[in-house]
Ligand binder design. Structure first.
Ligand code: ATP
Ligand code: MG
Length: 456
């Protein structure tokens, strides 16, 4: 079996002989040599494994579920790989849904917990000669257009992305099956692609983002060969559907290591394909302190078990782009408000070419931005109107982030904090004190000496 495996690997690594062919050998790690115990696997995942096994199918826990337990962490979710077809799995579980067009997978749903069950799949290149029809075409860039080819367990392991994600746990005999030296890489804290890195990134450029996500989350290094092609291949992400990139961005920034992830994205030139306008603005000197501060806050919230809203995240990630465009328009003579509206339209219009932003998020994101010019204007009854705005809370949080990023003079955030806490009489008093006092000024960096027309 091992020989067949080596042969297969050779065949899907380009440039046989030229590149170092990594030899993988199937290893079984018995119960007394690893730390995965049944009690760490959710009851629902165990149920699915047992039912599949009892019905005569092979079924293993795979991916993050095994990886994170081995690292002493709590898996985010449990993925199961099986030799049962999606239809067979669906038959077995009344509480299941067949999903996916590109590749059919089954979600077995237990209230809020969803167990993802996938049928063993083959790597397209691996099975090239065996498949008569065109089930695994690649595009001119090497992108896998379809990969709905079933395979056996070895095939399934080798088409996975990283060695640490290709570990299988068998609930029948409690062994871990390791096809690609994943345990060794776990011990060495390394992210390593299975197979030839460039080929694997070309097949699916999202793997570059996944490498960054796991490196940030696990605090692992990306092994040199896996790391080398990333910068060069980063532009391939523009071939990925914008909806998938939107999902990946959320995963990148909601795993609790947003700031580290951001640093890695910048380091590997991956911010550009995800947020082209932001990358351009930062390159041109726009500060990114607000992004960092927002991600730091997000990370702290996640650590406390709180949720993060995608529109807040996107409002922060696009802020440098918005600033650049807003300033540009004002420099061209547009008054503050129309300049802001124009900039919002432009920045969102450009962004959705990279990642989609569903309407339910882009609406609130715009409101957060628009409220930034209403928050300083508190005179008369305005403050009450702002306070009643459905997006007040998010806009206020955003204001606090801007303050701690040093973007505006401190004070306004504290004012709003108090205004929310005191009774109506004290609120009226606060408002008379505001009187006609000028709003805290935005700290504006010195820009090119463009002459500003007087503002209305
Ligand atoms: P987590 O769920 O904690 O984010 P995970 O490793 O479980 O991490 P999933 O996105 O749930 O990641 O995917 C489950 C498994 O499917 C992965 O561990 C990996 O083996 C495989 N996989 C996912 N995406 C890809 C991909 N783009 N290319 C190859 N294999 C993938
Ligand atoms: Mg998972």
């Amino acid at each position: 079996m091992a020989n067949r495996l080596v042969e297969k690997l050779r065949s899907f690594m380009p440039g046989n002989g030229k590149k170092t062919v990594r030899r993988y050998q199937r290893q079984e790690i018995p119960r007394d040599q690893h730390t995965v115990s049944r009690s760490m696997i959710s009851e629902q995942a165990r149920k699915v494994l047992h039912r599949l096994n009892k019905s005569g199918y092979e079924a293993y826990l795979v991916g993050g579920g095994v990886r994170d337990i081995l690292l002493g962490g709590q898996p985010k979710d449990f993925d199961i790989a099986t030799d049962a077809t999606p239809e067979e799995v669906h038959e077995l579980f009344r509480n299941s849904r067949l999903i996916g067009r590109r590749f059919r997978i089954v979600h077995v749903v237990f209230g809020r917990e969803v167990i993802e069950v996938t049928t063993f799949r083959g790597n397209a290149r691996d099975t090239e000669e065996e498949v008569a029809d065109d089930e695994h075409r690649t595009s001119e860039h090497g992108l896998l257009l379809r990969d709905n080819v079933y395979g056996n367990m070895e095939d399934d392991a080798l088409r996975r992305d990283f060695t640490i994600n290709a570990l299988y746990y068998c609930i029948r005999n409690f062994t871990i099956i390791d096809y690609a030296n994943g345990v060794q890489d776990l011990n060495n804290r390394q992210i390593r692609l299975i197979g030839d890195p460039e080929t694997r990134y070309r097949e699916d450029p999202v793997r570059m983002l996944r490498a960054i996500r796991f490196a940030a989350k696990l605090g692992f290094d990306i092994e040199p060969e896996t790391e080398a092609p990333i910068g060069k291949l980063a532009p391939l992400l523009s071939h990925i559907p914008s909806a998938r990139l939107f999902d990946e961005v959320l995963k990148l920034f909601s795993a609790g290591y947003g700031e580290a992830t951001y640093d890695l994205l910048r380091h590997y030139d991956l911010l550009e394909p995800l947020f082209p306008e932001t990358a351009k603005a930062i390159e041109a000197g726009e500060p990114d302190e607000l992004i960092r501060q927002a991600l730091r806050n997000t990370d702290a919230r996640i650590a406390q078990g709180k949720s993060v809203t995608p529109y807040f995240l996107f409002a922060a990630m696009l802020w440098p782009a918005l600033q650049a465009e807003w300033n540009r328009r004002q420099d061209n003579g547009d008054p503050v408000q129309p300049a802001l509206h124009g900039a919002i339209g432009k920045v969102i219009g450009r962004q959705v070419q990279a990642t989609s932003i569903p309407k339910r998020f882009s609406g609130p994101m715009k409101e957060i931005w628009e409220l930034q010019i209403r928050l300083p204007r508190r005179q008369g009854k305005r403050a009450f109107g702002t306070l009643m705005h459905p997006r007040f809370r998010a806009a206020y949080d955003f204001l606090l982030v801007r303050e701690s990023a040093g973007e505006i003079e401190p004070g306004l955030g504290q004012w709003w904090t108090e205004f929310q806490q005191v009774d109506e009489r004290a609120q009226e008093k606060m408002l008379t004190e505001v009187g006609s006092a000028t709003a805290p000024r935005k700290r504006r960096r010195k820009r090119s000496p463009v002459k500003r027309p007087p503002q209305a």
